[in-house]
Design a protein around this ligand. Sequence first.
Ligand SMILES: [Zn+2]
Length: 108
Amino acid sequence: MCEKLPYYNPRIDKCLRDKIKEINRSKYFITQSSCCGHGKYPTTIVVKSGFGNFFEWYSLTPLGKRKRYFYKKDEEGYYYIPEVIEFFKILGSFLILISSKFLPGMMA
Ligand SMILES: [Zn+2]
């Protein structure tokens, strides 16, 4: 669906085209692949930095140095990045922990 598309590729999710152009205008970052998440997953853009490492643009999740297959496809055909899902799970647990410690009134 959305994997491994260079920024000029018309198959990039429409809603991400401007953002991807903007990222690629910088000489420090090159986008590798992206997916808007199609309402099911977080929007993700895989970016290669000038240092050669890969990360996801919005969550800043490091993705190691592999060359492809950042995305996995679920049983419905939607693509997601496992590390980014992990990131949001950890972030979610962290927020629950913080709010239970510091904002006890908010937790029923
Ligand atoms: Zn997509």
